[in-house]
Write a protein that binds this ligand. Structure first.
Ligand SMILES: Cc1cc2nc3c(=O)[nH]c(=O)nc-3n(C[C@H](O)[C@H](O)[C@H](O)COP(=O)(O)OP(=O)(O)OC[C@H]3O[C@@H](n4cnc5c(N)ncnc54)[C@H](O)[C@@H]3O)c2cc1C
Length: 395
């Protein structure tokens, strides 16, 4: 029966980082992957250019029931460490916006880099593997697959979350946590577009493809980025960020004019542009197609009314919606399109220094399977690199 120091389940971002780090320390590492190749999500990420990290990584960029948990791993292996690795491999990259770092060429550069580090350090990677069961006996983990059985001293669960099943999303990590009596927080899709089923759905469909710079407020958090209208609802970075905080039934608040006090603007327009109509004036601040839809929703009977004839209160009502449009999404697009899964392995049961389970010696959880979820912008990969490195240094 083949023996390894450690078996790592899942050759995604966290698993590859953990494997190369441990193997570079002289450990004999087996990396098992259920799909036909390693790093599938990395390949698809960042529109094919992998937003691999961010210049401004802070614990505040992560959602977790214990907001302090991520600090140790992020400081043991920071964005600067990963940037050094990328530079060592001669991979060219650029900052796109808000500190987000993307490959100049292709996400393949990152996968090839990780695979080369693993190969040079002697990691054994096996793809198309179906794990049938895992057991802990006589101080060892016994990993049974359809084709072979392996024995190892430590086991690292790096099988990710439920998002995008076609890219390897699976609940296997939660199943293993349950087997070892490690509780998980309920999961839900995050960094995911919102869907609408009410009268807004045809409105948004009519604007599909249009992008507007907005502020989205939810749960005392605010994201100032682009909003994108889609056939089924709302997407774009600002919305994806808000989705991570959203629970079914809740509202979101959108400021369509983030730099402008809309009430002051409309009252001034009434004074200075008295003969004009609201549509033509607002179109100087928002895309005309959006203004036309808002007109149908909010002031259809006043569409052709000169501003002079508007009551101040009526203008204030519109202004209040422009600065604080309250919407109640019907739901999200779900795991089918979500970039990440929120929730997962309860960090109270893991050491933040090593990622080892407190109640099961030799068992580690890293990456997305853990209840740590980053904001959009390279933070999820940084968590995968940091947590993978930390486990790799300790297995
Ligand atoms: C389309 C898309 C784009 C994204 N873009 C970005 C981005 O640009 N920047 C960013 O920071 N984050 C991005 N993310 C999020 C990021 O990809 C994840 O947070 C990150 O990949 C998590 O790493 P992981 O190693 O924990 O999990 P994964 O990368 O999901 O790896 C888990 C691996 O485990 C394997 N596996 C699952 N079950 C089993 C099993 N039973 N046996 C063996 N293997 C198993 C899976 O096939 C997979 O290869 C994106 C996500 C998606 C879906």
């Amino acid at each position: 029966m083949p023996r390894f120091d450690s078996t790592i389940i899942g050759a995604g971002a966290a698993g590859l980082m953990c494997a190369m780090t441990a193997a570079q320390r002289g450990k004999k590492i087996l990396l098992l992957e259920s799909s036909n190749k390693a790093g599938k999500k990395i390949l698809m990420s960042g529109g094919g250019r992998c937003n691999f990290s961010n210049l401004f990584v802070e614990p505040d960029n992560f959602l977790c029931q214990n907001p302090h948990f991520c600090k140790s791993a992020l400081s043991q292996y920071s964005q600067w460490d990963f940037i050094s690795l990328v530079e060592k491999h001669g991979i060219s990259y650029h900052e796109k916006t808000l500190g987000q770092l993307f490959c100049d060429n292709s996400s393949k550069d990152i996968v090839n880099m990780l695979l080369k580090e693993c190969a040079d350090a002697g990691v054994t990677i096996k793809t198309n593997i179906t794990i049938t069961d895992v057991a802990y006996r006589d101080q060892h983990f016994h990993v049974n697959t359809k084709s072979e059985q392996y024995i190892c001293d430590t086991l690292v669960v790096a099988s990710g979350g439920l998002s995008i099943p076609s890219l390897g999303g699976s609940g296997y990590g939660y199943q293993l946590a349950a087997q070892f009596n490690i509780p998980c927080f309920e999961t839900r899709a995050a960094l995911v577009p919102f869907t609408f089923s009410d009268h807004y759905q045809p409105v948004f469909a009519g604007l599909s493809g249009l992008s507007v710079d907005v502020e989205v407020h939810t749960h005392n958090t605010c994201f100032r980025e682009a909003l994108l209208f889609t056939h089924r609802g709302l997407s774009g970075p600002a919305i994806l960020q808000a989705s991570s905080y959203w629970h079914r039934g809740e509202t979101i608040h959108i400021n369509l004019l983030p730099n402008i006090n809309a009430e002051e603007l409309l009252i001034q327009l009434k004074q200075k542009q008295a003969k004009n109509i609201l549509r033509s004036q607002l179109s100087q601040h928002l895309p005309k197609a959006l203004v036309l839809q808002l007109e149908q929703l909010w002031w259809p009977e006043r569409a052709e009314l000169p501003l002079a004839e508007w009551a101040d209160q009526a203008l204030k009502d519109i202004a209040s919606k422009l600065n604080n449009w309250i919407l109640r999404p019907a739901g999200t697009e779900g795991y089918r399109t979500a970039e990440v899964t929120i929730g997962g392995v309860n960090t109270d049961y893991l050491s933040s220094q090593t990622m080892e389970a407190k109640t099961q010696k030799g068992l580690y959880f890293i990456g997305e399977v853990v209840d740590v979820t980053g904001h959009l912008g390279g933070f999820n990969f940084q968590w995968a690199w940091s947590s993978g490195y930390v486990a790799g240094m300790n297995i």
